[in-house]
Ligand binder design. Sequence first.
Ligand SMILES: Cc1cc2nc3c(=O)[nH]c(=O)nc-3n(C[C@H](O)[C@H](O)[C@H](O)COP(=O)(O)OP(=O)(O)OC[C@H]3O[C@@H](n4cnc5c(N)ncnc54)[C@H](O)[C@@H]3O)c2cc1C
Length: 377
Amino acid sequence: MRIAVIGAGIAGLVAAYGFQRDGHDVVVFEQRRDPSADGAGLTLFGNGLAALDAVGLGGLVRELSSDAIAGMRAGQRHPSGRWLFTLPPRAVASLRSIHRVTLHQALVEQLQPGTLHTGASAIVAADGSGNVTVARTTQRFDVVIAADGRRSRNRAALGLDPGLSYAGYTAWRGVTNVQVELDGAVGETWGRGRIFGIVPLPENRLYWFSTLNTPAGTEFGDEHAAVRTTFGTWHAPIPQILEATSPHDVIRHDIYDLAKPLTALARGRTVLMGDAAHAMTPNLGQGAGQGIEDAATITLLLRGAQADGVDDALASYSRIRSRRTASLWRQSRLMAKVAQASGPVTGGLRDLGMRVVPGRLAGVASAGMHFWDEPAG
Ligand SMILES: Cc1cc2nc3c(=O)[nH]c(=O)nc-3n(C[C@H](O)[C@H](O)[C@H](O)COP(=O)(O)OP(=O)(O)OC[C@H]3O[C@@H](n4cnc5c(N)ncnc54)[C@H](O)[C@@H]3O)c2cc1C
C-alpha cells in the first residue's frame, strides 16, 4: 500500500519504519528543513519498549539507551533533600532513558533513502479521502498518518480539533556535559508550584527537567539564569547539575495539553497519531510512549491489509487508541494538578499524601500504564 506519514517526530518515524519493514511504499513529509530533534532526554517505560519490539526497533533503542534508573533509589524528595516517597523497584524496572537527538537520528537512519522529504509542509483533505497537498501539489495515498504534533494543523483540517489548554506551568530541560555525582539517587524533587527531575543518560550525562507555575507566555530572558535562580538553593546535586549544563543546552516550553480527549482518531483513510491525537501533560512521562504505541498498533493492524480493505483496521485503531490515550490524558492532567500544587495547604497535603501512600499501591497503579500488548483487531 502507499502510505503518507506527516511529521518526522518520534511517532511518525516509528510508524514509517514499521510500514516500510512490512513492505509498504512510504513517504514521510516533514515541514522543517533540518528535521533533527530539539529537546533533551526522554524516558521510555516497558509499554513503549514493547511497542518498539513489535515493529523491530526495541533492540536498537535498548542499545542506545540507559537502564541505570532501575539500579538506583528513585522517588520524590522535598527541596531539602528529605525523601517523601520511594518508588518500589518494579515501578521503574522497565524504565530506560535516552538523549532525544540520539533517538531521532537513529530512527531517521533506519528509513530507506529518499523516504523523508524535508521542507515539506503537508495538509490532508478535510474528508480524509487520502489526498495530501504539499506545495500546491496533491497526491493520493491509500492511508495517511497525521503525526504533526500537538499543534497539528491536520487535526484541525479534519474537523477534530478540541483546541489546546495551558496547564499552568512552564518547563525547562537540559543535559549536563560534565559528570555529576548522583549518590545512587534519582527522581523528582517537589517544591511549591515547581519540580526538578533528574534522569541518568548514557555516557555519564544527566537529563534534567524543571517546572514552574507561571502565566502562559512569561518571558525569562536568560533561561539558564532563571532556572538557577529558581532551583539554586535546592538539595545537592541540583545546583551542581545546573552548573554542569551549558546555557546553550537549556530549553523551555510552556506546557499545553488537548482541551479534551478525542473520541475519534480517524476520518476516512486518515488517522491522527502521537501528540496530534492526544497531547497530554508530561507528568506521567507517557507522551512519546503513547505515540510509539499508536505507531505499533496501526502497523500491526495494517499488516497484510489491501488498499481496498483498510476501513476495519482504521476503525480498530481509532477505538483502541482513543480509549487508552483518553485515560492517560486524564491521569496526566490530574497528576499535573497534584505535582504543581503551590499553596501551603495543598502543597503540604500533597507531601503528606506522598509519605503515607504505600509503595505497593504505586506499583499496582503503574502496572497497567507500563504494559502494552499487540492489538487483537
Ligand atoms: C517537558 C517535557 C518532557 C517530556 N518527557 C517525556 C518523557 O520522558 N517520555 C515520554 O514518553 N514523553 C515525554 N514528553 C512528551 C513527548 O515529548 C511528546 O509526546 C512526543 O515527542 C511527541 O512526538 P510526536 O512525534 O507526536 O510529535 P512531535 O515531536 O511534535 O513531531 C511532530 C513533527 O511534525 C512536524 N510537522 C508539524 N506540522 C507539519 C506539517 N503540516 N507538515 C509536515 N510536518 C509537520 C513538526 O515539525 C515535527 O517534526 C515530554 C514532553 C515535554 C514537553
